[in-house]
Design a binder for this molecule. Structure first.
Ligand SMILES: Nc1ncnc2c1ncn2[C@@H]1O[C@H](COP(=O)(O)OP(=O)(O)OP(=O)(O)O)[C@@H](O)[C@H]1O
Ligand SMILES: O[C@H]1[C@H](O)[C@@H](O)[C@H](O)[C@@H](O)[C@H]1O
Length: 362
């Protein structure tokens, strides 16, 4: 891996405030937003020496300035309020692909403008966002600055009903009808959840870039022009689905940075997606678990293999895929053990306890 590949550019809109509701009652208030979840995983899982630049915005009401991710990657302060969401959880057992919560944007901070991006070149750019913050012109500038750009469809296809004062229920629009569609041939990877996939149009999009569809507890699938792969999930006791997609994308990007093929890197995406749903809000990772993951990756990339990531991506699973899955599964068990050890107490300090979110009566 050369020094140039170690540079990162991560472009996202704001950290946000998430209010979790069940049966009309507030059961949690947490730091949220793609900036929080993505940088949390990238900081934890990237190879030594990787540097990360985060561009994000919040208002003066931002309540989590001293939390780990914002303290490491301070946001720009704006006059408008911090983006905030209400997430209403239903009491019905959600299927792997059904929406598990209704999201409502309550406030929206400023978008990221092209001039907000640093005047530097980067190996990778992550265009992620939660509230319509990725302007087409900003994505275009990111594409010019970075050798490869990974995009979360969530940042491109969300629209908000009843836009008054930045609020509104989250709905989706067809990607093809947005100004982002023409940029797809210059994007390397587009990630969508199975709920978002119909709006992305996987069959059309895969001819322009590699599309990754995340399928909750079932793991994910990759679709590229000429092939596809299913990547198995990891065990998790889900207590809060928020941030799974963000954490997946960051884990996947870390895998690429380690030199894995796309299908192998998706294992790391699934791993961190599973870790995210195991805790309320932005997850904290057991240092022993992280050390185990890094040792597994160091061993994996030392093997003679052709799946080193340049700018030409290798998509297929490598010969080490199954072994990598098995080793990560053992590390994932450490996450489950950590969760069991922490439960029922609050494990990240700024939210309700896990038990409250999972078992509060409506
Ligand atoms: N219950 C679960 N058990 C194990 N892994 C999970 C579970 N839920 C999610 N994951 C992992 O996280 C990834 C992303 O989850 P999902 O498809 O639910 O994303 P999402 O809907 O974008 O999430 P969110 O919008 O809540 O951030 C999945 O591909 C999977 O690897
Ligand atoms: O904090 C969360 C998270 O970033 C999710 O990915 C997004 O779907 C939500 O809108 C947001 O509130």
């Amino acid at each position: 891996m050369n020094a140039y590949m170690r540079g990162w550019k991560e472009r996202e809109r704001d950290y946000c405030h998430d209010v979790l509701l069940r049966g009309g009652r507030v059961v949690g208030e947490t730091l949220g937003g793609a900036a929080a979840f993505v940088s949390n995983v990238l900081d934890a899982a990237s190879p030594a020496g990787a540097s990360l630049a985060v561009v994000s915005k919040v208002g003066h009401d931002f309540a989590y300035a001293t939390a780990a991710a914002p303290a490491r990657h301070p946001p720009v302060l704006c006059a408008s309020p911090t983006t905030s969401f209400h997430a209403r959880f239903s009491d019905d057992a959600a299927s792997a692909h059904a929406p598990d919560r209704q999201l409502r944007r309550v406030h929206a901070c400023d978008p990221i403008y092209p001039a907000d991006l640093p005047d530097r070149r980067f190996a990778y750019g992550l265009a992620v966002g939660v509230a319509g913050e990725v302007l087409p012109e900003t994505l275009e500038r990111m594409i010019r600055l970075c050798r490869a750009v990974l995009v979360d469809a969530q940042a491109l296809i969300r629209a908000f009903d009843g836009e008054a004062k930045g609020g509104g229920a989250v709905r989706h629009v067809a990607l093809e009808a947005t100004p982002y569609a023409r940029l797809l041939p210059r994007v390397a990877f587009l990630k969508a959840s199975s709920e978002e996939a119909p709006y992305v149009g996987v069959e059309t999009a895969r001819r322009r870039c590699c599309v990754i569809v995340t399928e909750g507890r079932d793991g994910c699938r990759l679709y590229w022009d000429g092939g596809e792969a299913r990547v198995a999930p990891f065990p998790a006791v889900q207590v809060d689905p928020t941030g799974a997609g963000d954490s997946f994308l960051a884990g996947f990007a870390s895998g690429l940075l380690w030199g894995l093929s796309a299908t192998d890197a998706a294992l790391l995406g699934n791993f961190f997606g599973a870790a995210a749903v195991s805790q309320v809000g932005v997850p904290t990772f057991d240092p022993k678990m992280l050390q185990a993951v890094k040792q597994i990756l160091e061993k994996a990339v030392k093997r003679p293999c052709t799946h080193i990531n340049g700018n030409t991506f290798t998509f297929q699973r490598s010969s080490i895929h199954d072994e990598l899955h098995k080793s990560l599964q053992e590390a994932a068990m450490l996450v489950c053990e950590q969760k069991q050890a922490n439960s029922p107490a609050t494990d990240n300090g700024d939210v309700c306890s896990i038990n409250e979110l999972t078992s509060l009566p409506s």
